[in-house]
Ligand binder design. Structure first.
Ligand code: ATP
Ligand code: MG
Length: 184
């Protein structure tokens, strides 16, 4: 799959100031005190990959990902997250596969919704979701298990569990592609 290289956030949840995080090969953990933003980082990753559910990002509506202000800092009006991917192995979908690095970004402004870009080119949410569906690493992937979701996995209904197994086997992306093909 394409490798994650760098995550940039600005105005996303508690990351009000522009923040850059290098994702070195072999990174296995983010550590820090309670409330420092560990889960927010993982949610930023999931959000830029095309998450559509505000609830899965612990919010009521999608705009809740924008920094909401504190006693000392005013709220922001937009949030932006960019993930840089290494495409040296040429595993990205054909439309983007001549590029060594892919920069996928998502931006949300209050009352304006989300805007996605791949290497500066405006794309649909679906394009971003498919890019990551192929890599079996998408926003809904079993590779990302939120805090408190372990119990839900254990108690999943058989149909839901099958979906999880399909994802773990890496064939959900193929289902998405087949569905897209049928629509055309
Ligand atoms: P834990 O170890 O308890 O799991 P954590 O490191 O995962 O903690 P997060 O849940 O990522 O912490 O961060 C929580 C902090 O982010 C809280 O202080 C919360 O107020 C802040 N936060 C979340 N959303 C926003 C927002 N939209 N605007 C401002 N701050 C926010
Ligand atoms: Mg947490």
């Amino acid at each position: 799959m394409v490798q994650f290289v760098k995550l940039r956030l600005s105005g996303f949840k508690s990351f009000v100031e522009p923040t850059e995080l290098l994702i070195e090969p072999g990174t296995t953990a983010i550590v820090g005190p309670n409330g420092c933003g560990k889960s927010n980082l993982v949610e930023a990753l999931r959000w830029v990959m095309g998450e559509t559910s505000a609830k899965r990002l612990r919010g009521g509506e999608m705009e809740d990902v924008i920094f909401g202000g504190t006693a000392t800092r005013p709220a922001r009006s937009l949030a932006e997250v960019t993930i840089t991917l290494d495409n040296a192995d040429r595993l990205a979908p054909v439309a983007f596969n001549d590029q060594d690095l892919l920069e996928v970004s998502r931006r949300i402004e209050r009352d304006r919704g989300s805007l996605y870009r791949i290497n500066g080119r405006e794309v649909r949410a679906r394009d971003v979701q498919l890019l990551f569906a192929d890599a079996a690493s998408g926003a809904q992937s079993t590779a990302i298990v939120s805090q408190g979701r372990v119990g839900a996995l254990i108690n999943a209904r058989p149909g839901d569990r099958r979906h999880l197994l399909e994802e773990a086997a890496g064939i959900t992306g193929l289902h998405s592609r087949r569905h897209e093909a049928e629509l055309r």
